[in-house]
Design a protein around this ligand. Structure first.
Ligand SMILES: [Fe+2]
Length: 306
């Protein structure tokens, strides 16, 4: 259990430049449900999520992550975070109530890696199709890959040391794993969680303010294989076919949305408690850490960000 009042990664807003094609991909191939629209945005959720939305697609000329948001336990936590993060030195804005469909007030933080991270509590409750009374394990009518939920994002930036300091020391996230240079002197990547999963956010040294990928959770290795079938059937560009990560031990497949935002569906991993000790990987073992079987990065993995 965490004591920082930050529940989980609750949403991500992605910029997409081929809007109708992207909406079709996120609904019919990835298999999310549309829950709202406004002039330039579509709001979506995975079938097993209770809140109004976890993904917002924004019409844009470019790809990338507009922001990601963490849900907190109540609105008082927002005041506490505003003070703590302000003292740390980040610029903070208030996002007013109803700026987006289904959402209340939020605080928006400009973190050292160059990303916008929001914290919020109020969001409309929608529920899940299986309900809360004697539920079946999954609903009828699922489309495409149909993940259970949004899981995590991997971001890139230059100042990853201060970004890690913010999440770990100020916000109380657990650092589950990290990659360092062989001499142990420099941080190359860090995996951070506020839940019991291996990571809610990970940050790797790289281009400032960029998205490496966003990941959704599936139930089993077989679901990852089936996701790969669905992607191939729909002629979606696959970055990495099903394999296992050394870091987090997750089972995974990477692919691209129509705008070039890398997506992942993911399962497995371990449980994280507040006393979880940080696992260290050295840079010379990065290939095995990322792709445990192939033991080397493919070219796109280290060079394509959005
Ligand atoms: Fe991932």
């Amino acid at each position: 259990m965490n004591f920082n009042g930050i529940e989980r990664m609750g949403r991500i807003q992605l910029r997409v430049h081929d809007f109708e094609k992207s909406v079709d991909y996120y609904t019919n191939v990835l298999g999310l449900d549309i829950t709202g629209r406004d002039e330039n945005r579509v709001y979506l959720k995975a079938w097993d999520e209770w809140d109004h939305h976890s993904v917002i697609l924004e019409k844009s000329d470019s790809a990338g992550m507009e922001h990601m948001g963490f849900k907190v336990t109540n609105n008082e936590v927002l005041d506490t975070l505003e003070k703590k993060i302000g003292d740390f030195g980040c610029t903070i804005e208030r996002i007013s109530n109803k700026s987006r469909v289904g959402e209340g007030e939020a605080i928006r933080v400009h973190v050292p890696s160059g990303h916008k991270i929001e914290f919020y509590h109020d969001i409309d409750y929608v529920g899940v199709p299986t309900g809360r009374l004697n539920p079946h394990p999954w609903p009828d009518g699922l489309r495409g890959i149909s993940p259970h939920r949004l899981d995590h994002a991997l971001l890139s930036g230059d100042d990853i040391v201060d970004t890690k300091r913010l999440f770990k020391d100020i916000l109380g996230f657990v650092e589950t794993e990290k990659v360092v240079t062989v001499d142990g002197e420099q941080l190359i990547a860090t995996w951070l969680t506020t839940t019991m999963t291996g990571h809610d956010i990970a940050i790797i040294k790289g281009p400032v303010g960029k998205l490496h990928h966003v990941g959704w959770y599936l139930e089993s290795w077989h679901d990852i294989l089936k996701a790969s079938d669905i992607l191939s059937r729909n002629e979606i560009e696959i970055d990495v076919t099903p394999t296992r990560h050394g870091i987090t031990r997750g089972q995974t497949i990477y692919f691209f949305d129509p705008s070039g935002n890398r997506n992942e569906v993911y399962t497995g991993g371990y449980a994280v408690y507040s006393d979880f000790p940080t696992i260290t990987w050295t840079e010379d073992k990065l290939g095995q850490g990322i792709f445990y079987h192939r033991r080397q990065l493919n070219e796109a993995f280290g060079s394509v960000f959005s």
